[in-house]
Structure formats: C-alpha cells, structure tokens
Design a protein around this ligand. Sequence first.
Ligand code: BTN
Length: 259
Amino acid sequence: MEWHLIKKNEVTSTNDVIKELAREGVPEGTAVAADRQTKGRGRRGRVWESPQEDNIYLSFLLRPKMEPQYVSMLTLVAALSVVNALAGMGQDKWNQTEDDSTFQIKWPNDIVWKDKKICGILTEMSMEAGGGYYCVIGIGINVNTEKFPPEISHMATSLRRETGLTFDREPLIRGVLEEFEKLYSVFLQKKSLAPFLAEYNKHLINRGRKVRILSEGKEEIGVSEGIDETGVLLVRKENGRIEKVISGEVSVRGLYGYV
Ligand code: BTN
C-alpha cells in the first residue's frame, strides 16, 4: 500500500473528507491530516474537540479485500499502531524505564496515558453500489493542547500537558501510518488478530482487574482477561463464566472513573 497524505488547514471532519474522496474513487492509502476540524466527531455521536493547537486529526481510506465483518478488528489494529508509533518516538521523552507498556489501550481503541485519554479512533464503513465497501479510520491524538474544556479535563491529556514539551506532528503522523501499514499487511493475510494478541493485551488497561460492563442501562462486574483473536473482550463474570463483550455494544470501565 502506498500512502498519499493530503494536508488541509480547516475541514469539517477528516473522516468526511476521506468519504468524499472515496466516492470519487481514490485508492486505498489516501490520507488527510488537518490543522483543525469544525465538526470533529467521536464515537457514539460525541463531539471530538478539534481546536487549532497542533494536534493530530488524521483519517485514511482502506479498501480491504476481506468481508466486512473484519472491519471492527481494523480499529484495534489502528490502536496498536498508534501505541507503537508513540513508543517509537523515544523512551527518553516519555520518561520511561524498562516498562514499555506505558501507553495503554482502553479496549477497544482509546489510547490512555497516565490514566487519561490521549487518542481516540473512529472507524466508519460505507457500502458501495455493487456490493463492495470502504472503510475510513479517523485518529485524533492530543499532541500540543494544554487546556481542555472543564467537562473533559479530568479524563483527557496531551503529550505536551504531560511532558511540558512541544511536539512536531509530522513525524508522529508518518509513524502512525508506517506502523499501521506493517500491521495491516499481516492482518490482511491472516484475517485474524492472533499475530497481535500478546502485544495488544500487554498494553490493555485493566487487564486482570475488575471492570464494569455497562450495557443498555445494565451494569455487571467481571475481571477483564484480554481480547481474543476476533477482538472481543473476554470478561470473567462473578459466576466464573467468560462473557465475550463485543465492541460497539457496551462500554467497559474500571471500577473507578474513566479508565
Ligand atoms: C472517540 O474517541 O470517540 C473517537 C475520536 C475520533 C476523532 C478523530 S479526529 C480525526 C477524525 N475525524 C473525526 O471527525 N473524528 C476522527
């Protein structure tokens, strides 16, 4: 796959820009990075705050040659590529010791640093006439924002907020695309997350700890045991049975707050 990165100043949402381009027939690997978004979107219809503060608002187009049921797994592949790209920027910056799992993943695809969210991923799929489909992966990384709106300030952070340093977006954007490409080619071959399980589960926040599963107003407690090769989260319930939690249907939280 070849990346073709288009840079924009202001857009509504980089996901929308990619969708428009996809309808025009551009190839897989087309990517858009913007300085700000006027209608940045998060999952579950939430707003993604997108001020012009040198953050990353990045989307890219995939035309995977596999059945649509695999799309939700691609989001997990994207999460792992962001973690790898961040780690690849250098231990010295992150003040890490031997523990290289400092950037964590809140299943399925939030990246968490020091118990706060630093990156969100929104994957959208569109069917095409003729039965094909395409997929847009949108990645928002809080890079240089210093202040967040009060309602999210307790659960959001940025690279700058934690380090006091200012970061160039370009190398991180390139790093994410490079990492994704590597993992994506393996995923296309295997049609499974099996090759990434150990790596993903190493970064998984709350693994082996109690989590709350919130679904349709119901709440259940269980122990998070990690993902399986299809990307579902395995949660051991109090009666000892393992429940497969499917992404998109439920929200999984630790017992105390956001993570
Ligand atoms: C979430 O955590 O809810 C997902 C947030 C995804 C935000 C990114 S920023 C680039 C792309 N364009 C959007 O409108 N959303 C995604």
